[in-house]
Design a protein around this ligand. Structure first.
Ligand code: IVH
Length: 725
């Protein structure tokens, strides 16, 4: 290392020097991912751990200190892409209270009192407690009431001019009322609400699935917000819903020059609010440490139910005069502290992938994890959503993965930590920042070479892990499902309730609680078991007197006489709602006709498209389902059967369609299949004989031709409307 002899300090052991180089390289790499690319590879908590390790080593071995160490810098790099802004008043950072317990507030108060020289019996200090919003800091500069500039924090001294994007945030006033001072810099946090984040990622996934390159999903709302603010194209930023909370200020016209006299932090926030800036109403004045502790607890308890992420709370000395008296130490104010909550993202190892079957038969891959404390609880399972998500994230058993648990949602695996990031940074003998940079750059390019996304790794089982029925996935669907329906234990309760509901077979007295008990006790395994229930078995259940047991039996008896549409609907075949059940019953007249119909024959039913036809066919192909129906009939379930209705004319018979461009949701094949199922002909080129052209994105010459010939042009929605009319 370079510094040891320069400062005439005892040489540090080689191991420490190597680790310091390694940590600097790692932190350097991750700071770049975080601040410059808005694409972190590791959670903040992991970054903090590495940072603290480096701080510790540097303080244990002062010979290893270096002015360009990441520990000596405040913020991130400033991208050349944006104009640079020198902050009139530096944007400082804030000290973090390390004690995660609520009592951490006590340590802060003790420090403040000591530094103010307050006697033990002096009255409690007044604080303001605020939420610590998890977004990115922005400085808004208003001159004569007009928003003239918005800048990121950057390195604290120099930020990036992002005015064009910030102007798209509806919550940020472009103009202030007349009583605002001539110069006012408002500081606050730009963030994204969780619901907005979920919708954004949903849209991103659709784009990726549609084959759009250069699209990605975001790890968390903070990242998505940072990415949006640092977009070069404000049209893109505009599509990302951002929000804002003000919590402070920078340059303000001085009182002597007619500027506002805030007096306290709280008064300042109220004033900002009066000028139209959003201020959180969770902000609270607290007297002494006990009230800070109570605030920390109270917010901790409702953290999950807030509509946005917070990573802690912030305590500030309320009186600005006291703030001035306390001043700053290095680049942090002595009058404020951030008191964090357990991190919502952590790294752990994925030990395996299990498959769970949900109530509707959906198969969800679930990561089995090395247990990890995240968002306040220990998590040992996290959802992987579906096979496509898993592939997109290139996850494999054994990977180091990032787990996120935020809000009251199920913990999820948001990505993996590339193992080579760690390896790339293990550079022995790299003795300058430049050498480390280069080594990291080389390591990074190697790391960034993507794995083949279709590398054979985890596969969905072909058979349901619960019941062994075939696993199916419909065209255009991301979810795999168990086709076992009534036979599958995981779906049994749901299936029974569906069958018993009023609009289906209508079994009076058979409610959710009873079904739970019956299934859990193993008394009812399949629908026919319902009709085999006896009075003694029923009366033995919790909260079931003989009278109510008899009522259930009566309800069951009455339900045996039903109609074919009700029975078909009650079977719970996917995509078969009440209307489709009626259509099927009318078309075939008899249950056997439906059961034995081919996909082609099912497609002849008016309003039945390929998706429904496939679902009905698959359902009746399962021997279990046929067996269940046989037994229901044997138990006495009956309905009047009729004759098949004459084949109705298909609605689009005789019409010719041409498809062009990319449709928003349907593939070309799907659209074609649907049109054909409705009797239409789908042709390859536009001519006078064409009745409709269905045009999607980037439709080219065919669309032009259609317009030239005056042929009706539909978008996907128009086509679907036509199909369903
Ligand atoms: S006060 C000099 N108050 O947390 C004090 N910061 O380093 C300046 N943050 O990135 C910060 N909520 O953007 C303050 N209520 C709040 C905050 C807050 C979030 C962020 C801030 C900065 C970091 C503090």
């Amino acid at each position: 290392m370079t510094t040891g002899d320069l400062f005439d300090l005892p040489p540090a052991p080689a191991g420490a020097a190597r680790r310091v180089a390694e940590l600097r390289a790692l932190l350097h790499h991750h700071a770049h991912r975080y601040y410059t690319l808005d694409a972190p590879e590791i959670p903040d908590a992991e970054y903090d751990r590495l940072f603290r390790e480096l701080q510790q080593l540097e303080s244990d071995h002062p010979g290893l200190a270096s002015p360009d160490s990441p520990t000596q810098r405040v913020g991130g790099a400033v991208l050349d892409l944006f104009a640079k802004v020198r902050h009139a008043v530096p944007m400082l950072s804030i000290r973090t209270e390390t004690d995660i317990e609520a009592s951490g507030a006590v340590a802060f108060d003790a420090r403040v009192r000591r530094e103010l020289g307050l006697a033990d019996d002096a009255p409690p200090v007044e604080y303001v407690a605020e939420l610590k919003f998890d977004g990115l800091a922005i400085n808004l500069r208003y001159e004569n009431g007009v928003l003239v500039q918005a800048a990121t924090r950057g390195d604290g001294e120099i930020g990036e001019d992002v005015t064009h994007n910030i102007r798209t945030i509806g919550q940020i006033p472009l103009k202030l009322p007349a009583d605002a001072p001539p110069v006012l810099e408002v500081r606050g946090e730009v963030y994204m609400k969780r619901a907005d984040f979920d919708r954004l990622n949903e849209r991103q996934r659709e784009k990726i699935d549609a084959g759009l390159k250069n699209e990605k999903t975001y790890v968390n709302p903070r990242n998505a917000a940072a990415g949006a603010v640092r977009q070069l194209d404000s049209a893109i930023a505009r599509q990302r819903p951002l929000s804002f909370f003000a919590y402070g200020w920078g340059e303000v016209t001085p009182v002597e020059a007619g500027g506002p006299d805030f007096g306290t932090q709280y008064q300042a926030l109220l004033t900002l609010r009066s000028w139209g800036l959003p201020v959180s109403d969770r902000t609270q004045v607290c007297n002494g440490p006990d009230e800070l502790v109570a605030f920390h607890r109270q917010i901790g308890a409702l953290r999950d139910s807030l509509p946005f992420d917070i990573d802690g709370v912030v305590y500030k000395v309320n009186a600005l005069a006291l703030q001035r008296q306390l001043g700053f130490v290095s680049r942090e104010p002595r009058w404020a502290v951030a008191h964090k909550y357990p991190a919502q993202e952590q790294v752990t190892r994925m030990l395996g992938i299990d498959v769970q079957v949900g109530r509707t038969g959906k198969l969800t891959p679930v990561a089995r994890l090395d247990p990890v404390f995240v968002g306040g609880t220990t998590v040992s399972n996290a959802t992987l959503h579906n096979l496509f998500e898993l592939r997109r994230k290139q996850l494999r058993v054994g990977d180091s993965v990032i787990i996120r648990r935020a809000g009251d949602v199920i913990p999820e695996v948001v990505g993996r930590v590339p193992p080579t990031v760690v390896r790339a940074a293990r550079i022995e003998g790299a003795d300058s920042e430049a050498a480390i940079d280069q080594a990291v750059a080389e390591g990074s390019s190697q790391r960034l070479a993507p794995r083949d996304p279709y590398v054979p790794n985890f596969r969905m089982p072909r058979q349901c892990p619960i019941c062994g029925s075939a696993v199916v996935r419909e065209k255009g669907e991301v979810n795999h499902r168990c086709s076992g329906g009534l036979f599958c234990a995981a779906q049994r309760k749901q299936a029974i309730l569906h069958y018993a509901q009023r609009r289906a077979v209508d079994i009076e007295g058979l409610g959710e609680k009873l079904v739970d008990q019956l299934v859990e006790a193993g008394v009812v395994k399949t629908l026919p078991d319902l009709y085999r229930l006896g009075l003694t078995a029923l009366a033995a259940l919790d909260r079931m007197a003989e009278k109510s047991a008899q009522n259930v039996l009566d309800g069951l008896e009455q339900s045996k006489t039903t109609t074919l549409p009700r029975f078909l609907y009650g079977l719970g075949i996917r995509h078969v709602g009440e209307t489709t059940a009626k259509d099927l019953a009318r078309h075939f007249g008899r249950l056997d006709g439906v059961m034995d119909a081919s996909v082609g024959q099912l497609l002849e039913v008016p309003d039945v498209g390929p998706i429904v036809a496939e679902a009905v066919h698959t359902f009746f192909q399962q021997p279990h389902n046929r067996e269940v129906i046989e037994q229901l009939r044997a138990c006495g379930v009956t309905w009047p059967e009729g004759d098949p209705a004459p084949r109705a004319a298909l609605p689009l018979a005789g019409k010719t369609f041409v498809l062009t461009g990319t449709l928003p949701t349907l593939s070309r094949d799907d659209a074609k299949e649907r049109l054909e199922a409705a009797g239409a002909k789908v042709a390859g080129s536009v001519s006078k004989k064409t009745d409709y052209v269905v045009a999607g994105d980037e439709a080219g010459s065919k669309l032009a031709k259609a317009q030239e010939l005056g042929i009706a042009v539909l978008d996907e929605a128009g086509m679907l409307a036509l199909l369903s009319s």
